[in-house]
Design a protein. Structure first.
Length: 318
């Protein structure tokens, strides 16, 4: 009797171990699948970032924004929540209209280094509560499925004091418990993307938004010749599974100045060759910046046509 009882106990223990192991494998497979889905939403990005057209009351002119995104064949728009207290409400207006046109949306917020007392305004309404932002973006992305990613500007300028690996994990765990398909793609500058960053942060994030500033050989916005070399170095560090979206300054930087239309074109072409997507900072006004707007439109349209050919569809007539 005792012998049978011992065998039964051993069998039950073995069954528990097998079930536990199977559960771990299933959980790991689900995590890998969700991570792959998040990456797929980033690859092939053709986007503009921030600076939407606004009405006299400073609310986003959603009709005009969507019309311009369609005109340039953008498949993604990154909306920055920062300048106005109504930005969170405007994001909710942008999303369904963008979804109707097949346009994906990223939501971008600002770090402490771009908030009071350093800057004039917070990202409203959740300010510096980044766990709350993560939760609210995840909830919104379940309602509006074209909200595929969120980002934090100047992320790598705020690692030590704010975005420690532990706090970032807390943020992303909270988000992914609600929607495991929502990607997190922080803004990361070249000098900060080192082996320690790769070890501590790349297992957590879903991609990198890389603002090119020629920082491997003296920061400037005049020389696009190192776009491919810097992208290659970053991708060698982070590995092939982490998408890197190139962020190109079409709008002037406060310290480094303005870019030329020729610079924007050459940087875009280099990014197409070496990055997983291209984002333009900022969204260009077709009346105020017609030359840059037309360059973006021409290249995005050409790339969209190439993508359709690869997928076996007929390109849309201009």
């Amino acid at each position: 009797m005792q012998h049978h009882l011992q065998n039964l106990i051993k069998s039950l223990v073995l069954l528990c171990l097998v079930a536990s192991l199977a559960g771990c494998v299933t959980s790991r497979a689900a995590e890998q699948k969700a991570r792959a889905e998040r990456a797929r939403a980033l690859v092939g990005t053709r986007a503009t970032y921030c600076a939407p057209p606004r009405k006299a009351d400073n609310r986003v002119d959603v009709d005009r924004l969507i019309a311009e995104l369609v005109d340039i064949n953008a498949n993604t728009y990154s909306f920055c929540i920062h300048r106005y207290a109504t930005d969170w409400d405007d994001l909710k207006l942008i999303l369904p209209r963008a979804r109707e046109k097949g346009i994906r949306v990223w939501a971008s917020i600002v770090p402490p280094s771009e908030s009071p007392p350093i800057a004039k305004t917070y990202a409203e309404p959740f300010r510096l509560d980044y766990v709350r932002w993560a939760v609210e973006f995840a909830k919104l992305s379940l309602q509006e499925t074209n909200l595929v990613a969120w980002s934090i500007d100047d992320f790598t300028h705020n690692l030590a004091k704010t975005y420690t690996p532990a706090y970032l994990k807390q943020m992303l765990d909270a988000s992914r418990q609600i929607n495991p398909r929502l990607a997190f793609v922080p803004c990361c500058y070249f000098p900060k993307i080192k082996p320690a960053f790769t070890t501590n942060y790349c297992p957590l994030i879903d991609g990198i938004l890389f603002p090119y500033r020629h920082e491997s050989a003296g920061a400037n916005l005049k020389d696009p010749s190192l776009v491919e070399a810097e992208l290659k170095q970053i991708k060698e560090l982070v590995g092939p599974g982490l998408p890197v979206v190139l962020d190109i300054y079409a709008t002037a930087h406060s310290r480094l100045g303005a870019t030329t239309p020729e610079y924007v074109e050459q940087a875009m072409l280099a990014g197409k060759r070496a990055a997983d997507g291209v984002m333009i900072y900022c969204h260009q006004d077709p009346q105020k910046n017609p030359e840059k707007y037309q360059i973006i439109k021409r290249l995005f349209r050409a790339w969209a046509a190439e993508a359709l050919v690869r997928e076996g569809e007929r390109p849309r007539e201009p």
